[in-house]
Design a protein around this ligand. Sequence first.
Ligand SMILES: *Cc1c(COP(=O)(O)O)cnc(C)c1O
Length: 390
Amino acid sequence: MTDLELAMSRTWAEINLDNLAHNVKILRSILNKNSKFLAVVKANAYGHGLTECSKKLQAIGADWLAVAAVTEGVTLRKNGITLPILCLGQADANLAPLMADYGITQAVGDFKNAEALSDYAEKSGKKIRVHIKIDTGMSRTGFLWPDDEKGKISTANEILKTCRLHGLFAEGMFTHFAAADDDRDFTLLQLKKLLEAEKYLAGMGQNFEILHSAASSGVTDYPEAHLNMGRFGLVLYGYASTVTGNAGSSLGLKPVMTLKSRITAVRELPKGSTISYGRTFRLERDSKIAVLPIGYADGLHRTLSNNYSVKIHDTLCPVLGRICMDMTMADVTDVKGVDAGDVATIFDGDLMPSAAKNAGTIIHEILCSPSARVPRVYVDNEVLRCSLSD
Ligand SMILES: *Cc1c(COP(=O)(O)O)cnc(C)c1O
């Protein structure tokens, strides 16, 4: 058995790197010509495979990558990624040696944290690159940009002090929108605050090479927010909206991930049988049931029990009863010729909206769901292959 056959023997995620490249091309054409293209590959590239996606992104000319954890950046460096890497999440100062040694640019949002990074850098004779994070309304991390004049001057001074730490090089400044997909006024207010912070700092002699604010919906819906760089997450993977599903198709984006499962058995069960734990589904007719080797431990949300349909032979087949840790049952009574060994599509571009909606979540979370047990196989230049490094 080849590695590829083994990977595709149970449940696997097919990752179409050609579609990823297609999406980058489309998104580039939307982004201001002089803005840099940052691809967000945190969380295992939204479940798509950190290293393989990053290698493709590097090969097709992304300018930057972004991760959430310094360790994700280290993995990329060890796998030959030479692009600038921004760590978006504020990191413990103990990780300063990794930032310095692996050349990872770090987001900083408070002076104390920045000072500790700088102390390490100075002692080791290195510089750590940082991007100053401004909290303009997300209330997560960053220097809080206040409304009153006195507060603004004092915050600007705090930022200036941070930028002047000897072990740091303050290359960029940025913010993150809290509601770019549904609150225009608030988003524009956030942008205004970032630009104001920039103006105050410029007045004090502190300029930044890269000013950035927009993630996916920021870039697609607010041209004025492109600034020097767009941070592309969800849209890279083919979806333009967190909730309304495959709206990515209106931009011509193509979904990158398809989650597949190879049917274990097709069983005939009599009317009246109850399916799975808790007996939450009772057959109302003699039925044909496909047993799928996928469960919540693989990333199929248990909240989709009795509340979702998978695709088998291009037909929607309802999930019956509770999703188990490792197996799930689907009704194939009306599907002709289904057999053990056939492939079921668990999520793809068509199914993703109902998966997110019925699970009560957003597409981001569904994409991140396939667990470590699920092998990723890649379509690259139309050739299917296993991961070489993930
Ligand atoms: C995750 C993240 C992004 C990407 O968000 P999408 O909505 O997926 O495009 C951009 N910037 C920051 C700071 C993030 O944390």
